[in-house]
Design a protein around this ligand. Structure first.
Ligand code: AMP
Length: 220
């Protein structure tokens, strides 16, 4: 997701008309794989993924943060190998594992609307983990210009954006429901007028960032 976070940092500096070195944002790349980046003075100061993409948020099929003892517990009690435990945590966990239904958030939102409690639990676990990381990253920032939503879910799901951002008003994060609802894939501020912190939807463009980086490397 580094490519996406870099693209968003550059694009948000343009949108907010700021020098990149003065940009302070939290970028939420929410898709099948999800990660947050705390971008302080234009550089990624912290990010939720680790040595592999497994760390951090609850994802489509990845568990995200867990007690490390879960791995030895699974190996000893389910009689599986470390390789299998790795497969379980990467391919069979996350919202798919909790809901036992789907890794696609559209399916889960629809199922919850029809009363599927496990789909509801999976979505609550997802949004709660994102909230937790937003709080952690705000504590690492001197000031915050904007929270940015990108990736398939961040760009398209007004429901997930609402459920993540509601309840953070005491931190200066005030979503305008009228601006949020029904908005998809546009570069737009969806915070309430006059809110301390802007909330942007910003479609990512990893291909463009790769092309720019390639051009920079070969022109040296
Ligand atoms: P990505 O990995 O960034 O391409 O995101 C893909 C994921 O975005 C899909 O698995 C869906 O769960 C989610 N997604 C795409 N469109 C929507 C939507 N309108 N509402 C909810 N989730 C969506």
């Amino acid at each position: 997701h580094g490519t996406s976070h870099k693209y968003i940092a550059h694009r948000m500096a343009e949108i907010l008309n700021k020098d990149l070195s003065e940009l302070n944002i939290i970028n939420c790349h929410l898709g099948n794989g999800s990660s947050l980046a705390c971008i302080k003075n234009g550089k990624v100061y912290d990010t939720s993924m680790g040595v592999t993409p497994l760390e951090g948020l609850v994802m489509g099929t990845r568990s995200g943060d867990i007690d490390p003892t879960v791995v030895t517990f699974l190996c000893e009690n389910e009689n599986i190998t470390p390789h299998e435990a790795n497969q379980w945590l990467n391919k069979k966990s996350g919202v798919l594992g909790v809901s036992k239904l789907s890794s696609d958030f559209r399916d889960l939102e629809e199922a919850r609307d029809k009363g599927n409690e496990k789909a509801g639990l999976a979505l609550d676990m997802f949004t709660n983990r994102v909230k937790k990381y937003i709080g952690a990253y705000m504590a690492q920032m001197p000031e915050l210009d904007a929270i940015v939503m990108t990736g398939g879910i961040g760009e398209n799901s007004d429901t997930m954006r609402r459920e993540i951002l509601h309840g953070l008003e005491h931190l200066g994060i005030e979503l305008d429901d009228k601006k949020n609802d029904g908005t998809r894939g546009k570069e737009v501020d969806i915070a309430k007028d006059g809110a301390k912190i802007k909330i942007y939807i910003c479609p990512t463009n990893e291909e463009l960032m790769i092309a720019r980086d390639t051009k920079e490397i070969i022109s040296k």
